[in-house]
Structures are given as structure tokens and as C-alpha cells.
Design a binder for this molecule. Structure first.
Ligand code: PEP
Ligand code: MG
Length: 335
């Protein structure tokens, strides 16, 4: 494991750009970990697991059948280790496997994947994770093993949740292997369905540390546009007022309960949407590697505008005051 090093700072025109909102990066393949870490991001807001499996060319169930549990645990552990190592001690949020049947059918041993009319509405996300808990168990074991190796910078989140019962079930599964989600390790959910957004308080009551807005899926489910269907692609828009209304309400409700909020969908790489997220008080933004610099500048500019507006406006609310204090405090600490 690496020596602890301070996160790099991005220097633009000789001065570091400092933001109160954390700027994180999305990582889909462990191979890009070093490049992602070099952006100076405050951590990884989304580490996808799918490519760790697709890269092996073998279906995880086949790995389990032919090579056993340790082999599958190692595949996940080695993928996560690369990223946790490149970012150490900055936090890395691992998203448990979100395997769509159409993508996994091409793998060796993937012939049994069901044929679905619309895989995007089908057997994927945490519902599949719980149906095939023998795979999810290996992911949790991989994280436990990495923690024992000293990688304390890994968090876990689960995809496509629709019911607080899923949170309960995942916690039970982790408990069985001696991992207490939300206690030993930060644990969160992705808000990717209108269901999760609308009953966010029920999830908070179940005990989560953070939520991450998965706007790619949240958009498709809110405005009924299959994100893989080219015939309706022109209607797909993350800035649809209904999507933004759900996002705003999740951020504000979480804020009320002290639950951290992040975004890891593509909307987090779009400056016009990021401005709104910062105004609503999001805790962190996770963007694509190539968008980090632009998003960092957008966030800094928006925070300054919010602060200046608050100073000009005599009727400051608590949020704006807290932001002013936090912003100056953080600036003072970093410089
Ligand atoms: C999302 O849905 O916004 C997301 C980040 O997850 P994925 O794109 O992997 O479905
Ligand atoms: Mg998603």
C-alpha cells in the first residue's frame, strides 16, 4: 500500500482552484486509475464493476462453478485495489455489479442469460445482485480483504434500488461475512429510479451515509426513454424539469437529515446542470476524467456567486451562511 500523500491540487494560472463542494471522478475501468488520479480529483465518486468482469471474458457464475469463490473474489479485489491504490488516501466509492443481461450474454458461460425485451427495465441492479447473492457476496469479501490489507479508503454503494428492503438485505449479507455497512465502512445507495427519489426518507431511516444520483438511469425511468433505444434518443434529456425536480428534492431532503449527496450520472459533467446542483447544496460532484477541469471551474464560480448573492441579500438562510463559513474555512485550510 502506498504512503499517505496529500491529494494533488490543480493549478490554473498559478493558483489552485479550491471548492467547498468535492470534485470527484468516475472510473469505469481500473486501467485508467492513474490517469483519473492525476486529475487531482478528491476521490472516485463511481467505480463501476462491470468492466472488471467483462475484461475477463468469463461469466461470474462460470468462474464460481469452475474455479470457486476465491477466484471471483480475486477478480473484484484486484480491480478495486488498482483504483484504491492510485487514489489512496482519497476515497473510492465502489458500486456493486450492475449487470444487464444483454451485455453479459456474450461472455463465456453467458448463454443462460435470459432474453429480455427491454434489458434496461429488466434483471439488473441490486435486485439481480440479491437474486445472485453468491456474486454480491464475493464483491463484499473482496472489499473486506482489501480493508484487511489497509485500504480503508473504500466505500460501497448499491445500484438501482427501489425499496428500503434491498438496503436491509444487503446489510444482512455483509453482516454474515463480518462487514457492518454504514459502521465499518461508508455505505450509500444510488438514486436512479423515481421510486427511490420519492421515498428517499424511508431509505435514510434504514441507515445510509450517502446517496449518489444516477441521472443516466433516473432520466430514462422518469421520462420513459430507454437509454439504449436509438429511436427515442433525441427525446432523452437530463435537464427535463421532472428529472431536475426529483434531483432537487433528494438533495434538499438529504441535507435535512445530514446525509451526503453526490452525482455520478453524465449530468455531473454538464456545467449548466452542475450550477443548479451547487445552488441546491450537493456535497460532491463526480464527473468524467476529461470534464474535471471544466466542472471544477464551474463549481468554484457558482460557489462564489452563491456567496456573493448571500452577502448582498440581507435575508440569508442557514444554508447560505453555512456555505460561506465552510468555503472560507476550507480555503484557509488549503492555502
Ligand atoms: C447512472 O445511471 O447515472 C449511472 C451512473 O450508472 P450507469 O450509467 O452505470 O447505469
Ligand atoms: Mg445507472
Amino acid at each position: 500500500k502506498k504512503e499517505e500523500t496529500a491529494p494533488a491540487q490543480v493549478v490554473v494560472a498559478g493558483a489552485p482552484i479550491i471548492t467547498a463542494t468535492e470534485i470527484k471522478v468516475n472510473v469505469s475501468m481500473p486501467e485508467v486509475a492513474e490517469r483519473a488520479a492525476a486529475t487531482g480529483a478528491d476521490g472516485v465518486g463511481l467505480l463501476r464493476a462491470e468492466h472488471m468482469i467483462l475484461g475477463t471474458g468469463v461469466h461470474p457464475i462460470k468462474v464460481l462453478e469452475e474455479k470457486g469463490e476465491d477466484a471471483l473474489v480475486n477478480i473484484f479485489a484486484e480491480g478495486i485495489r488498482k483504483v484504491a491504490d492510485a487514489f489512496y488516501p482519497r476515497p473510492v466509492t465502489y458500486r456493486t455489479l450492475d449487470a444487464p443481461t444483454d451485455e453479459f450474454r456474450g461472455l463465456k458461460g453467458g448463454e443462460d442469460e435470459p432474453e429480455e425485451h427491454n434489458p434496461m427495465m429488466g434483471w439488473r441492479g441490486i435486485r439481480r445482485g440479491l437474486d445472485q447473492s453468491e456474486i454480491l457476496r464475493c464483491e463484499l469479501l473482496a472489499i473486506k480483504k482489501l480493508r484487511e490489507d489497509g485500504y480503508k479508503n473504500i466505500n460501497i454503494m448499491i445500484p438501482l434500488v427501489t425499496s428500503p428492503d434491498e438496503v436491509k438485505e444487503v446489510k444482512k449479507l455483509a453482516h454474515k461475512i463480518g462487514l457492518e455497512l454504514g459502521k465499518d465502512i461508508e455505505f450509500g445507495i444510488m438514486v436512479e429510479t423515481p421510486a427511490a427519489a420519492l421515498i428517499i426518507e424511508d431509505f435514510i431511516k434504514e441507515g445510509i451515509n450517502f446517496v449518489s444520483l444516477g441521472t443516466n438511469d433516473l432520466t430514462q425511468y422518469t421520462i420513459a426513454i430507454d437509454r439504449n433505444n436509438e429511436f427515442v434518443a433525441k427525446y432523452y434529456r437530463e435537464n427535463h424539469p421532472a428529472v431536475l425536480k426529483l434531483v432537487e428534492s433528494v438533495i434538499k431532503t438529504c441535507k435535512k437529515y445530514g446525509v451526503k449527496t453526490s452525482i455520478c450520472g453524465q449530468a455531473g459533467s454538464r456545467p449548466a446542470i452542475v450550477e443548479k446542483l451547487v445552488e441546491w447544496g450537493i456535497t460532491s460532484i463526480s464527473a468524467n476524467i476529461d470534464a474535471i477541469d471544466t466542472i471544477r471551474k464551474t463549481v468554484a464560480r457558482t460557489e462564489q456567486r452563491v456567496i456573493l448573492d448571500a452577502i448582498r441579500n440581507k435575508k440569508n438562510n442557514n444554508y447560505k451562511m453555512a456555505l460561506i463559513i465552510f468555503y472560507f474555512f476550507k480555503t484557509f485550510l488549503k492555502i
